[in-house]
Design a binder for this molecule. Sequence first.
Ligand SMILES: Nc1nc2c(c(CN[C@H]3C=C[C@H](O)[C@@H]3O)cn2[C@@H]2O[C@H](COP(=O)(O)O)[C@@H](O)[C@H]2O)c(=O)[nH]1
Length: 344
Amino acid sequence: MSGKPLRGLLLTPLTCSLTLLVYYLGSFIFVLLANACKFVFLFLFLFMGIILLLDSRVNNAGIEKVVENIQGSIPKVEWDYEGIHYFDNGPLSVQYLFVLDAMNFCFWPDKDLNYDHLALGLKAALQNDKSAFDADRLQKYTGPELRELLKWPRPLPLEDERVRLLHEVGFELERNFGGKASNLVELCGKSAAKLVALVTRHFAGFRDHSVYKGHQVFLYKRAQIFVADLWGAFKGQGYGEFYDIGSITMFADYVVPAVLEQLGVLKYSSRLANIIETNNEISSGSEEEVELRACSVYAVEKMRELIRIKSGKQVLSVELDLWLWSVGVQCPALQHHRTLSIYY
Ligand SMILES: Nc1nc2c(c(CN[C@H]3C=C[C@H](O)[C@@H]3O)cn2[C@@H]2O[C@H](COP(=O)(O)O)[C@@H](O)[C@H]2O)c(=O)[nH]1
């Protein structure tokens, strides 16, 4: 009996301490949760902000749909399915492809001009005169002579740049590679990556890069397409043999991004969609331009990965690109972004 109040007296401070402990722990957990919520909301807010600020983004659901539709095997498109390129299985074909890719950019400002005119025009020029692309001759072409070579009746888009880049090709080939693009290829020991590095090191016009939010971004569209053209033309043999052809990404031009957008793989902000629909230009090196091009590279790599996961098949970005590009050029109503650029 007498122990009860004593026990009561003893228990009171213990109960108090426990209550205080529970109280402090509770408040601590509450503050922790409140802060965590704050961070979650802050993160969501920032994430939404970033998404809203980006003009292009990759839509995973769109990629899954495309991969499902093609059932793991991409439609095979033959390189030069149109028969528009010069090819004799020798070094002159390499010279032809290098000259072609030095000028493989920006056709859209002349609505009647496209890539085929360039490929066919240069092919005819070479068939007429086998020395037309000798390094010394390349350094002397003028705008009107280039037009004459291509049988184009009016000034070409960015004609001065095209001429300057032809001169650069001639000059650098002569200075470092005995005048021949085939020597350049032979120096790479059948490595696609080395060839891209060598071309961009020696030929400034091929250095397709921009600075995006302070980061230097390299897309190297024309340098990579030169490797792919060799691989396609020589059917992976001789000058077209590359053990690492898988290291080449898609070629970020103005056709493939438009196809990816149509397929639902790329999503544009309404602002960017409006610029494209109204045929307004996007300046070279702008954030929207870099996003659009970089998202295209990323999307094609994701597509490639998903094909591998779903079907176990290893496809090349070059093959995906060729398929997507051929779809795009067969669709004249396709609206693409317009950037005055020497890179694509
Ligand atoms: N991504 C990607 N872009 C490519 C090509 C090619 C040529 N490839 C040929 C070579 C062998 C094959 O058989 C192909 O036929 C040109 N372009 C770009 O397209 C745009 C021109 O469009 P349009 O104005 O409509 O002709 C321009 O930016 C040009 O640089 C490609 O393969 N992939």
